[in-house]
Ligand binder design. Structure first.
Ligand code: NDP
Length: 485
């Protein structure tokens, strides 16, 4: 008698699709970029920057001391008058050149961004690097149209600007800061984050290749001490993106000095789903809102507000979707969630998640095997969350979502606004009138409707309350870099 072999269960695993690391060659060590040249730090200090996915060292990077920061500021000061006096159209051409060079080196930049920061290559390749180029393109166009941007008021560049950026979008944040500053005729000193200095240094190479006059852009790598030295130096304006705690410290340091300041700080943004929303689409937006870049996003939709009538259904679909998330090698093109940026950040996430469990929230994590080496955290959702819990109040800056419920639009607004922050929000509903009504009542700088975490260089971005002040992006992003009579 013929035997029937039972059919094996079908396996739908993805084959690995690794981006080639060899497409980006890193140097063994990197210097500071001051006055158009790469120079060693005066005291010779260097630190290794590591790959958070493997804990392997990538390159040794110069650590700027106060003297190096002062030299960079002096170079920017010396370059300022000539750069300000340059015909605006010519300034625009330099920015355009930088944008083109970012595009030309985009593959290399994406690989280095993923190696140094841990983010999936799909995000560096499709979001960070193209958007960085787009910011330079966009502000290249503004350089000779500033009068239109400011409604015909008389204006002048601020002079020298000090810019401190964080580790979550290293090249993109550098572009957000440098492009409008240069378009307005300022010179700049940029301080990248200690854990992600590499793409800022590649951008310095690009600046050199674009033949910018020496001193117009300077990059000082180092730790928080270099940032603190820069914001207290002889600069005319400071632009900072990072934690609220450091932002407050900078605001205190600058109080009464007459120097300009913009702060883009933390958030605890509400992603609000009404019962009439397209639920599968909303689930995609929830995933994008909290797991994009491992949740290392200041505007992450880290508080999910679900209308009670659909709460169970949305959570069920969310869990099912989370099981499909691929966590792992940032250089694999199939990866959805990469590595946590640093051991310190992993400890912070772990501590806050433990507090959520202790306070009584219910945790869900999909089964996923995390790599043994490196810094990893599984995508996490908490239900049964009270507004008073730390996981509903504090910025976790990791792949951790807290779910709350509401019955009426007013309750949704009240809960969404019940936070010291005010950076962004998401609204999911099929009714345009409800979107507009919610947008008017939500105290948040950016509100997405039926989407989340979409960025565009022509759109202003910034917060209220403890999320900071000032806007970056678009026409609004020019004003902080100009002085008005
Ligand atoms: P920080 O605010 O410390 O870092 C942001 C940038 O500021 C980095 O370049 C940092 O340098 C620099 N810096 C640190 N201290 C000072 C200082 N006293 N004066 C001037 N510059 C300084 O953020 P962390 O990296 O410590 O992250 C801590 C938390 O902050 C995260 O868990 C997250 O909640 C939040 N955060 C929010 C961000 C946002 O976009 N809103 C971005 C990053 C963090 P260095 O890296 O060398 O220390």
């Amino acid at each position: 008698m013929a035997t029937v072999t039972p059919r094996a269960a079908l396996q739908w695993d993805y084959a690995p699709a690794p981006e080639s690391r060899d497409a980006a060659s890193l140097r063994e060590s990197y210097d500071l970029f001051i006055n158009g040249a790469f120079v060693a730090p005066t005291d010779g200090a260097r630190v290794q920057t590591i790959n958070p996915a493997t804990e392997e060292p990538l390159a040794s990077v110069a650590f700027a001391g106060p003297g190096d920061v002062a030299a960079a500021v002096a170079a920017a000061r010396e370059a300022a008058p000539k750069w300000a006096a340059l015909a605006p159209l010519e300034r625009g051409k330099y920015l355009f050149r930088i944008a083109r060079l970012i595009q030309e080196r985009s593959r290399e930049l994406a690989i280095v961004e993923s190696l140094d920061g841990g983010k999936p290559i799909r995000e560096s390749r499709d979001v960070d690097i193209p958007l960085a180029a787009a910011h330079f393109f966009s502000y290249a166009g503004w350089a000779d149209k500033l009068g239109y941007a400011v409604g015909g008021r008389a204006f002048a560049p601020r002079g020298v600007v000090g810019q401190v950026v964080p580790w979550n979008f290293p090249l993109l944040m550098a572009a957000w800061k440098l492009a409008p500053a240069l378009a307005c005729g300022n010179t700049a000193v940029l301080k990248p984050a200690e854990t992600t200095p590499l793409t800022a240094l590649l951008l310095a190479e690009i600046v050199q290749e674009a033949d910018l006059p020496p001193g117009v852009v300077n990059v000082v790598t180092g730790d928080g001490g270099a940032g603190a030295a820069l914001v207290r130096s002889d600069v005319d304006k400071v632009a900072f993106t990072g934690s609220t705690a450091v932002g407050k410290e900078i605001q205190r340091a600058l109080a009464g000095t007459g120097r300009g300041l913009t702060l883009e700080l933390g958030g605890k943004s509400a992603n609000i789903v009404f019962e009439d929303a397209a639920l599968d689409q909303a689930v995609e937006g929830i995933i994008e809102g909290i797991f994009f870049n491992q949740g290392h996003v200041c505007c992450a939709g880290s508080r999910l507000l679900l209308q009670e009538s659909v709460a169970e259904e949305v959570v069920r679909r969310l869990w099912a979707r989370m099981e499909r998330l691929r966590v792992g090698d940032p250089l694999d093109k199939n990866t959805d969630v990469g590595a946590i940026n640093s051991r310190q950040q992993l400890e912070k996430i772990t501590e806050l998640v433990a507090s959520g469990e202790e306070e009584g929230a219910e945790i869900y994590q999909p089964p996923c095997r995390l790599p043994e080496k490196g810094y990893w955290f599984a995508p996490t959702v908490f239900t049964n969350v009270a507004q008073s819990y730390r996981i509903a109040q504090e910025e976790i800056f990791g792949p951790v979502l807290s779910v709350l419920t509401f019955r009426t639009p007013d309750e949704a607004v009240e809960k969404a606004n019940n936070t010291p922050y005010g950076l962004s929000a998401g609204v999911w509903t099929e009714k345009g009138s409800r979107i507009l009504a919610m947008a008017q009542k939500l105290r948040a700088g950016v509100i997405w409707a039926n989407t989340y975490n979409r960025f565009d260089p022509t759109s202003p971005f910034g917060g209220y309350k403890e999320s900071g002040f000032g806007r970056e992006g678009g026409r609004h992003g020019l004003e902080p870099y100009l002085d008005f009579e």
